[in-house]
Design a protein around this ligand. Structure first.
Ligand code: PEP
Ligand code: MN
Length: 338
């Protein structure tokens, strides 16, 4: 089996081309990554019938690697170094611990503008806010839609903060892509393969949330769907899973997922302690724990008046609480070298 061909550092452009055309001849798509030292050529597709001998003796080939996993492009075997994803001017997966904050839903321009300015001052790097909202009850507020997108556009412009917002359906992607710096796929849609393929074909980075019923293997396979279409800018987000115990928490935040995902994959991993716990008072402790576990950032819900929020008020931090959380995180970031 051949999944990844490592070209020698001395390989010529023609030798690389030779291997690439052989791969294509065999009916595979290729994924080329040109490092400073070596060029890697990945085979995209079912490689089980392909012998590594086909490539081993071709000129310029250093090594042929078999990846014995369902997912390949997202795996550490495929790419050893951490992927850094740039969201407007913010890098996720680098040294800095990135804080994404904002209301669950975009509700009004005045409200969002004020929240955005205040969280930015407190150290948030990216603004969140849903305009297409997946709600459990069909009678609940499901977002402002296009009007919400316009609000996001203006707040983004005014504050300079990059924005992340959810897309629920393939046809929403073309509406959201021009406005958002980062497209969110929600937990409920982690298994929506058509949607994953659609965002895989767009140019904006994607924040993929783990389904609350998803195994980590399924989560990584969902990310693979996006990369397979050509978009390798994916950020993984642990947001809590369903377990037998929902007496005190809305979900069980699986923090062990962080080091597991970082080991299995080169993609950045962030944690959402708001949905992960469903309780405002648990957000700060779990944010600290996420940082300690090696996450590249967090996404938290913040609202100036949670009692009046259209959605998820009970788990949203007040602005002052967000400021306090940031104060408490700062020395820990330093300690963690971030
Ligand atoms: C959200 O981020 O507001 C959201 C709906 O999250 P999840 O998809 O994780 O439930
Ligand atoms: Mn929410």
């Amino acid at each position: 089996m051949a999944d990844l061909i490592i070209m020698s550092s001395k390989a010529s452009e023609a030798e690389v081309e030779g291997v690439v055309s052989r791969v294509r001849q065999l009916g595979f798509d290729v994924h080329i990554s040109r490092g400073q030292e070596k060029t890697l050529i990945g085979l995209i597709g079912d490689t089980r019938g392909i012998s590594d001998e086909v490539f081993r003796l071709m000129p310029g080939v250093l090594e042929v690697i078999t990846i014995l996993k369902e997912y390949k492009l997202v795996s550490r075997e495929f790419k050893e170094e951490d992927s850094r994803i740039t969201v407007k001017d913010v890098v996720i997966g680098g040294e800095k611990f990135v804080v994404i904050a904002g209301p669950c839903s975009v509700e009004s321009e005045v409200g969002l503008m004020d929240t955005a300015r205040r969280i930015k001052r407190a150290g948030a790097a990216i603004l969140r806010g849903g305009v297409y909202k997946p709600r459990t009850s069909p009678y609940s507020f499901d977002g402002l839609g296009r009007e919400g997108l316009e609000i996001l556009r203006r707040v983004r412009e005014e504050t300079g903060l990059p924005v992340v917002t959810e897309v629920m359906a393939p046809e929403e992607v073309q509406l959201v892509e021009p406005v958002a710096d980062l497209l969110q796929i929600g937990a409920r849609n982690m298994f929506n393969y058509r949607l994953l393929q659609r965002v895989g074909r767009c140019r904006k980075p994607v924040l993929l949330k783990r389904g609350f019923e998803a195994k980590l293997k399924e989560f990584l396979n969902s990310a693979e769907y996006i990369l397979k279409e050509g978009n390798n800018q994916v950020i993984l987000c642990e947001r809590g899973i369903r377990t037998f115990d929902d007496e005190f928490t809305r979900n069980t935040l699986d923090l062990a997922a962080v080091p597991v995902l970082k080991k299995e994959s080169h993609l950045p991993v962030i944690v959402d302690p708001s949905h992960g716990t469903g309780r405002r008072d648990l957000v700060t402790p779990m944010a600290k724990a996420a940082l300690a576990a090696g996450a590249d950032g967090i996404m938290v819900e913040v609202h100036p008046q949670p009692e009046a929020a259209f959605s998820d008020g009970f788990q949203s931090l007040r602005i002052e609480e967000f400021e306090q959380m940031m104060e408490q995180l700062r020395p820990l970031m330093k300690l963690m070298g971030r």
